[in-house]
Design a protein. Sequence first.
Length: 353
Amino acid sequence: MIHIDASQGEGGGQVLRTSLALSMVTGQPVLLEKIRARRPRPGLMRQHLTCVTAAQALSGAQVEGATPGSQTLRFTPGPVRGGEHHFSVGTAGSVMLVLQSVWPALMLAESPVRLTLQGGTHNPMAPSFHFVERAYAPLLRRLGAPAELRLRRCGFYPGGGGEIEVDLHPVGPEGLQPFDLTERGALLDQQAECLVPGLKRSIAERELEVLRGQLGWTFDHSTIPVTRQNEGPGNALLATLRHEHVTEVFCAIGEKSRSAENVAGDVARQVKRYASSAGALGQYLADQWVLPLALAVWRSGRAARYTCTDVSLHAATNFSVIGQFLPVRIDTRPLPKGQGVQVEVKPPGDNAP
């Protein structure tokens, strides 16, 4: 059994999610202790329990400690199951984080999987649906793990009520194929859009106007998509940069007492930070990409590299947890002139510098 100190590094829910994913993939039982120990409300929250419930249902796992506030969890997985499954967070907690807890194992399942997930689709401190659908899923398709995602209904804090549907297909006979991603390639398209269900359209217009002024972009009315009023109230401002080799999505969530100018300024800063670096991936995509890439390197025995704007403490913690499950080595080195970081994932036995 693998023992994980869940308070290590960044010490958040990502340690739990990565541990669940890799326990399911490798079949190794895991014991997590000190879960979210340094958080104001330590232990398992509703969203984390949904991750555990989903992982348990999909792998027939034996679980101990899956109760609200628990800081210890024992998870012993069985074989991963395909078929149709439905999970609800029951609050506005992020369904995208639940999806990423089980996705690595399900892409290696022997039969197709359809997931229906209900909860929050656009949350602070979590990837938005549009980020996962436009930036993350295409990389997995290139890896050999195709998936289709559909947004059935937006869900914002505090009401939740969002719904997504995801079809995950088995990896083909050639298995996962790791690849290098060290350059973005030419910029093909850039766009912004603003979701404001249940709110005044003028909020979206103000946010887009600020973004246009700070980035020099031009928009038309299609950048305020039609949404149903009962999908809100909620606000998400999105900027999408589509390059030849990678797409990045930057998002800020509007909240009560947060001005439209503040929301737009947040997205503008994220875009400018990315533009000032040579890294192919932004900070958040770099963090999330390493787990499926490590699986591909482990299964294929071939190393792979990617570049990113920087490696956060969150990402470094993820690297550490992955290394406790998989016999891979994750090395980082700065790019010239402070233009970002290169991350290289090496298979067992590859000790080359």
